[in-house]
Design a protein around this ligand. Sequence first.
Ligand code: DI6
Ligand code: FE
Length: 399
Amino acid sequence: MTILLTGLTAATMRGGYGLIHDAAIALDDGRIAWVGAMADLPEAYRLLDRHDLGGRLVTPGLIDCHTHIVFAGHRAAEFEMRLQGASYEEIARAGGGILSTVTATRAADQAALTAAALRRLTAMRRTGTTTIEVKSGYGLTVADEVKLLRAARALAGLSPVTIRTTHLAAHAIPPEFKGRADDYIDQVAIPSLHAAHAEGLVDAVDAFCEGIAFSPDQVARLFNAASALGLPVKLHAEQLSDLNGAALAARHNALSADHLEYLSPTGVAAMAKAGTVAVILPGAFYTLRETQAPPIAALRAAGVPMAVATDCNPGSSPMTSLPLAMNMACTLFRMTPLEALLGTTTHAARALGLTDRGQIAPGLRADLAVWDADHPAELCYPIGAEALSQTIIGGRLDA
Ligand code: DI6
Ligand code: FE
């Protein structure tokens, strides 16, 4: 399908916003063939079918590079417990938290998990998301982790949104391994990685490096297993305390280190040197009423690329909207609207190791978001009132 989008302002995200007013974008066979000012349109594209966007703003389709959308049940009771003063860690140590979602998720079959995740994915697409990373991590047995990754991959047949899957068996220590985290790594995390990889279900490997989860040594063993399979790694690091997780991730050439509220200057330097993306997750900060913000100014000064994601999960970030995450990144962390939009486009693509999207440029995938807005900064400041008009995925316009 070949079509010329006209009557638009393009935010190409090349060299800042890369704004082009009175622009046109030619789409050919799922790719962007040309973008520029209408006045410069080459002869070859003049006769294409035209679709006028009425002066709207067009950005790259948004990329949510950190989500946990495959799960059953909900955690509303914990929300109330936290409002009465219980902390996320206290609830986790008492066997709630992630483990309460594990109980519900183990009891659900693959089709039910896919159906539940599809509802979340549909909500995400309604706010401009066209590519999403999906983690496992609520199964915590070999069979259940594989089940979650299959459920995630099945989404690709039900939605045009690109699905990238991440193995996160090292998310929590299940009750049957209480006090035996090393055994869990050897008997579940690494074997489930091998099993899922053998089925082609794994694009990357993640872990939760934290006092209530896995130590840096345990994470390193898992990362070595990932490297042996040729899989890239990423890490939940420095969310609740500083265990030097980001530096560990950087040593393993991680695509990203995520959360980072307690990131130290050493961690910032290690990430800068390795080119590891910092994935900023303001939804979890907001939900847990954290007070220590990630060191945005230090990351900026060191030139670490920053992505922004929803961390959509039932416990610490029950949120599907990337524009809302961008709003929170600006208001809570003082990221600029430009940084926030780079964080859900160009830098989010890099956090997933994807080089074919994240900007509007010839040769890239024709994944676009069309907004009822004049300027991209308008995407960041409304709270929960996103101005999405439509998405275009792989060159296909929404019906
Ligand atoms: N950190 C998070 O914010 C999510 N996972 C993680 O390691 C929370 C997952 C949950 O609470 O269900
Ligand atoms: Fe997370």
